[in-house]
Design a binder for this molecule. Structure first.
Ligand code: AMP
Length: 307
């Protein structure tokens, strides 16, 4: 099933306790596209870049079944730039620079050939632009998933609340859930957030896994305990790509299948953090993914005799 993916395509500068890189391709949309392309196709990308964005990256995405007619290339302008520094725990980071560049004047246009897509992944982006994409679609997709971050809660909360009313599933991390709900308890946060519009809420907790809330149900997916986490950038987006990629591949949006989808998302996130940038997501094969999913099954599989 077709997935429309909306998000940033960017350059990042990243500093972790283990290394530093001044300029590497990133962006929420880039990570989503690479992760989802392992599971389903076509991925129909909507984004904007300057003419500095590498042509080889575009070719690489195309070769993986990512349609790019919705990616605007602006001559003589720079791509979105983000820079972040991770703390020692690798779970938390400070944003050092957010240079909107081309994003400041972005007005996403859904290409005619994207109309009719069954799945919509609204990656981290200005909430008003996420809303504009929903409004341009003549047929409502079967599932709309939205990712966002603290930056937009601080600068565009009203728009964020508007778009939340129109989505099926929201993906955020634990601190963002607390910020959005004003509640410390994640269970209380979930109750409040589910009243804002989404029917499903996924709260990512970095190396501590992810929780899926729906009505009165809760499901937990662990993160794979990894010996080395090299660069957590994009892990949330790789998770999102794996999640929607699995739902689209199976064309099943039931709660039961969402449980599997968050395991697939966790597997894609676990690959993403193994190298700087989206590199690892480009290298892995179907066999690597299957092996990793098997590791997840083993991680949580146990027998218990209740007396
Ligand atoms: P994640 O680590 O999953 O939160 O994603 C990090 C990616 O999101 C980086 O590659 C950044 O280029 C991109 N990013 C950072 N800040 C923003 C923002 N405010 N809006 C959209 N994308 C962003």
């Amino acid at each position: 099933m077709a997935v429309i993916s909306v998000g940033t395509m960017a350059f990042d500068a990243i500093e972790t306790p283990f290394g530093k890189i001044d300029k590497i391709v990133g962006g929420s949309g880039t990570y989503v596209a690479y992760a989802a392309s392992h599971l389903t196709n076509p991925i129909q990308q909507i984004s904007i870049v300057g003419d500095d964005f590498p042509g080889e990256e575009m070719d690489e995405l195309k070769a993986r079944g990512v349609a790019l007619s919705g990616v605007e290339i602006v001559p003589d302008q720079k791509s979105f730039f983000w820079s972040g520094k991770y703390h020692l725990d690798m779970n938390t980071r400070d944003t050092l620079i957010t240079d909107l560049n081309v994003l400041a004047n972005f007005n996403p246009k859904v290409p005619e050939e994207y109309q009719g897509a069954e799945f919509l992944m609204l990656g981290n982006l200005m909430p008003s632009l996420q809303l504009s994409v929903i409004e341009q679609l003549r047929k409502r997709p079967k599932l709309i998933v939205l990712d966002t971050m603290n930056f937009w809660m601080e600068t565009a909360m009203d728009d964020l609340k508007k778009v939340l009313q129109k989505v099926d599933a929201l993906l955020i991390n634990d601190s963002e859930a607390r910020q959005l709900s004003g509640e410390f308890s994640l269970v209380k946060s979930a109750k409040k957030i589910l009243q804002l519009g989404p029917k499903y809420l996924i709260i990512k907790k970095g190396e501590h896994g992810a929780l899926l809330f729906h009505q009165e149900h809760v499901f937990f997916a662990p993160a794979l305990p990894l010996e080395d986490v090299f660069d957590p950038t994009g892990a949330g987006d790789a998770f999102a790509g794996g999640f929607i990629g699995h739902l689209s591949h199976t064309n099943d949006t039931s709660f039961e299948n969402m449980k599997t989808a968050i395991i697939v998302g966790s597997a894609m996130a676990s690959f993403c953090v193994e190298k700087f940038g989206p590199q690892r997501l480009k290298e892995i094969s179907k066999k690597d993914i299957d092996l990793r999913l098997e590791q997840f099954v083993q991680l949580v599989n146990f027998d218990i005799a209740l007396v």
